[in-house]
Design a protein around this ligand. Structure first.
Ligand code: GTP
Length: 413
């Protein structure tokens, strides 16, 4: 029997129809087409960016550098792209790595963030242009899905260069801060450094990427996500070299006279959690956030700046994006209302304060007036008292008349 709920007929099938296979179809198509991911690495030269990318994808995307690359201190920053197709268990991943050699290496690093932001936005512009063109079916997506920002392991706090870059780029990319070469710090130093970095991030209102927790996530997923979040900023160690531990295991790591740092050991560093987030659990989420939130915000701002409304662009390409856009517009409206309310409140408070001040002044004036009147009265009374006293005094100096004389004169009867 068919039931009706919210005007929609709910019915059971009598036999297998086949649409339950839709997720598999989708999955098969995605696997056949392959996946793609674009990651950007930013940080001063020699902080281990190329080593970490090689370690993350377990491949030699970057050849090992035998001699450190010297930077021309007066040159400007470069943006380079490396693409590779990697395959694991029949699943292909086209990986684009955007490198930014020269960042922070010059005499004047004030504007180091500018060419990087330009590159991020140029990729959004290219996407927007394709969206608006006739051939929308074949869009090439070069947008950056994650930006790893390498923080030098100074153990102090963020430098102006770090703050400026993160502040400028965070609204446009999924910014993931990592502490480079964390094996150069002790565990206590890493913990204290992480705390100071987080304090700086909060103080400067920098919106770094944090994996979201959804209402329908099961307990395990929530715990996993919280565990990843607790490691931010990830203190990482990179190495694609095999080393042998004292108990005879062969691991990827760095050998020191005092022992071995294992890359894939969670007790030694946060590399495993970073890889888990980037590749195993949140790659699609990073792409979704880039497309539905970061790009959509940029798109809205671009269209508004060029005087076009959202309606001018068809949305059938990405209904989720349309919803997200509505959410953003709604939030902007709410923020505006909140702001207006704050202004009205402030205005009311100011008016009340002005009134209070005025009555206070009036009260003070009346008080002054009354005090002056009282003073005047007191002075007059004092004056009268003085006069009376002098009268009494002069009377007492006069000789008193004898009672007989007085009686004769008929004063006394
Ligand atoms: P540029 O290409 O010049 O920008 O440098 P980069 O940031 O790509 O650094 P790269 O990966 O070339 O590493 C520079 C040096 O640091 C190399 O000698 C690496 O072996 C070493 N290195 C890389 N990762 C680590 C790490 O986690 N810990 C330590 N101690 N050294 C590392």
């Amino acid at each position: 029997m068919a039931a009706v709920a919210n005007g929609i007929i709910q019915t059971k099938l009598n036999a297998f129809v086949g649409f339950s296979n839709l997720p598999n179809q989708h999955h098969r198509r995605s696997v056949k087409k392959g996946f793609h991911f674009t990651i950007m690495v930013v940080g001063e030269s020699g902080l281990g960016k190329s080593t970490l990318i090689n370690t993350l994808f377990n491949t030699t995307l970057y050849p090992e550098k035998k001699v450190p690359i010297t930077t021309d201190l007066n040159k400007s920053l470069d943006i380079q792209e490396i693409s590779a197709e990697i395959e694991e268990s029949g699943v292909k991943l086209r990986l684009n790595v955007i490198d930014t050699p020269g960042f922070g290496d010059f005499i004047n690093n004030e504007d180091s963030w500018k060419p990087i932001l330009r590159s991020v936005e140029a990729r959004y512009d290219a996407y927007l242009e394709q969206e608006q063109s006739q051939h929308r079916a074949k869009i090439t997506d070069n947008r950056i899905h994650a930006c790893l920002y390498f923080i030098a392991p100074t153990g102090h706090s963020l430098r102006q260069l770090d703050i400026e870059f993160m502040r400028r780029l965070a609204p446009r990319v999924n910014l993931i801060p990592v502490i480079a070469k964390s094996d150069t710090l002790t565990d206590e130093e890493v913990a204290a450094f992480k705390q100071r970095i987080l304090d700086d991030i909060i103080f400067n209102k920098i919106e770094i990427y944090r994996p979201p927790v959804y209402e329908d996530d099961d307990e395990d997923t929530v715990a996993e996500t919280n565990e990843i979040t607790s490691k931010i900023p990830f203190a990482v160690v990179g190495s694609n070299k095999d080393v042998t531990t004292s108990d005879g295991r062969t691991v990827r790591g760095r050998a020191y006279p005092w022992g071995i740092i294992e890359v894939d050991n969670e007790d030694h560093n946060d590399f495993v959690k970073l890889r888990q987030m980037l590749i195993r659990t949140h790659m699609e989420e990073l792409k979704r956030f880039t497309s539905e939130v970061l790009y959509e915000t940029y798109r809205t701002q671009r269209l508004e700046a060029s005087g076009r409304t959202q309606e001018a662009i068809p949305k059938e390409i990405n209904p989720a994006a349309s919803l997200e856009e509505q959410r953003i517009v709604h939030e902007q409206k709410l923020a505006k209302m909140e702001n207006d309310m704050k202004l009205v409140f402030q205005q009311k408070v100011q008016e009340k304060e002005a009134k209070l001040k005025q009555s206070e002044e009036e009260l003070y004036a009346r008080h002054k007036e009354m005090r002056e009147a009282l003073e005047k009265q007191r002075a007059e009374l004092e004056d009268k008292k003085r006069k009376l006293e002098s009268l009494v005094h002069s009377a007492s100096l006069m000789k008193p008349a004898t009672p007989e004389k007085t009686r004769k004169k008929g004063i006394f009867k």
